[in-house]
Design a protein around this ligand. Structure first.
Ligand code: PTJ
Length: 246
């Protein structure tokens, strides 16, 4: 671990990066996951490295959707497992959701490492590991097409963090409601999901966990397209402010 001075203005961001690099060393994160994180960091910089108003709205709507689902599933990839293992378990408990490991760059070594950290954090049952209950989802070329019959395949709501666009589109075609975390409000996943939380998954998961403990009322006003527009405008505002002070 690198020694980061506590007074560093971007301390949190650097600590998140360290977590991800450790996740790579521990076989949780794919090489490509490091690149994806770098892209995320750039967008986080643009949103000001804090949870925006529009992201808070999405978090509320996501908590409601997960709590009111018949069969919700939290899909876990390498980056998500490395960054938020405890929050994944807490969210699954609060919303009665299943947990399924589903990887873009799938390999058994990474699956084992991810399962281990989830179990260490308190997971009892993890889907996506048993080949006997796996089934192919139509419309996806990557390893992500292999899903669990009793998990993602039969879910009505799926939380897919840091996702590639193809699977989000395929899951939508399979009539599932999709919630995603994506710092990039312009990505295909962000545009396709029913609820896009434009925030760093490390901040947003903590808020989603506490929101999911509350008695919630449906937010009838929530509209993902409008919300995405607001998050782009929030970035714009942030940049204008920076330009004025430059
Ligand atoms: O573990 P695997 O094999 O399933 O692979 C996972 C990755 C992330 C490598 C894979 O899903 C991938 O390549 O994803 P993409 O297409 O790079 O998309 C990742 C999206 O997540 C990008 O839009 C990033 O901006 C965004 N992102 C990266 N880090 C964060 C993030 N969003 C929220 N919080 C982050 N910390």
């Amino acid at each position: 671990m690198t020694l980061i001075p506590k007074s560093h203005p971007r301390l949190n961001s650097l600590l998140i990066r360290e977590k991800l690099v450790k996740g790579f060393d521990d076989n949780l994160v794919a090489k490509e996951g490091l690149l994806a994180h770098g892209r995320g960091e750039a967008f986080d910089y643009l949103i000001g490295e804090k949870t925006s108003k529009s992201a808070k709205e999405s978090i509320k709507a996501a908590a409601f959707m997960l709590k009111n689902a018949k069969n919700s599933v939290i899909s876990v990839n390498g980056n998500f497992a490395a960054l938020c293992p405890k929050e994944i378990i807490q969210l699954a408990k609060n919303t009665n959701s299943k947990i399924e490991v589903n990887l873009f760059y799938s390999n058994e070594k990474r699956k084992k490492a991810i399962t281990k950290i989830l179990k260490k954090s308190g997971a009892k049952e993890i889907f996506g590991l048993n080949k006997k209950s796996s089934i192919k989802l139509l419309g996806i070329d990557s390893a992500r097409r292999i899903v669990d019959k009793n998990g993602i395949f039969s879910a009505d709501v799926v939380l897919v963090p840091l996702e590639d666009g193809d699977r989000t589109i395929a899951l939508k075609k399979a009539k599932k409601k999709i919630i995603t975390f994506d710092l990039n409000p312009l990505s295909r996943t962000a545009e396709t999901a029913d609820i896009t939380i434009v925030d760093n998954v490390t901040r947003a998961m903590k808020l989603l966990v506490s929101e999911s403990k509350k008695e919630l009322k449906k937010s009838s006003k929530y509209n993902n397209k409008k919300n995405l527009k607001v998050s782009i405008l929030e970035i714009n505002k942030n940049l204008e402010r920076r330009a004025k002070n430059a």
